[in-house]
Design a binder for this molecule. Structure first.
Ligand code: DQA
Length: 138
């Protein structure tokens, strides 16, 4: 089992931006914990972050992972390109958000990718990533 943890726009700022919303741990800290989590369960993992929409689409198209855990950041709310990329591959994708987007600004209440994802985990801070990973590893 191989998992790809894919993070989109501004997620490289995790731990430095809006700490009250996204926490104080960096994406590197969280990824190191996810790597251990996967290893302990006999799974391989890969990490990729980009602020560029097309790079995320290409990564999805070229991935050899068995499952993708995706926090698309703000692309979630308007990227039809990302939605089409997810729909174009057989690899299951679980959508993740650290914050409870439904308790925030109205523009965050819409996800254009949910419909083509296997499921969504949101509102549990960094644990959202672990819970999504668990859905593939159980
Ligand atoms: C986010 C929520 C998005 O609305 C926001 O644009 C992000 C992070 C989250 O993890 O809660 O960048 O995906």
């Amino acid at each position: 089992m191989k998992l790809l943890f894919l993070n989109g726009v501004n997620l490289n700022m995790t731990g430095r931006r809006e700490k009250g919303v996204y926490g104080t741990e960096t994406l590197g800290d969280i990824n190191a914990q996810l790597e251990r989590f996967c290893k302990d369960r006999g799974a391989e993992c890969e990490f990729f972050q980009s602020n560029i929409e097309g790079e995320l689409c290409t990564k999805i198209q070229q991935s050899d992972a068995d499952g993708i855990v995706l926090n698309a950041g703000a692309f979630t709310h308007y990227s039809y390109a990302l939605r089409d990329a997810i729909a174009s591959v057989p690899t299951p994708v679980v959508e993740v958000h650290m914050s409870n987007v439904h308790a925030r600004e109205p523009f965050r209440h819409t996800s254009v990718i949910s419909e083509v994802c296997r499921g969504t985990v949101l509102g549990f801070g960094k644990m959202s990533y672990f819970l999504a990973a668990e859905s593939f590893l159980l």
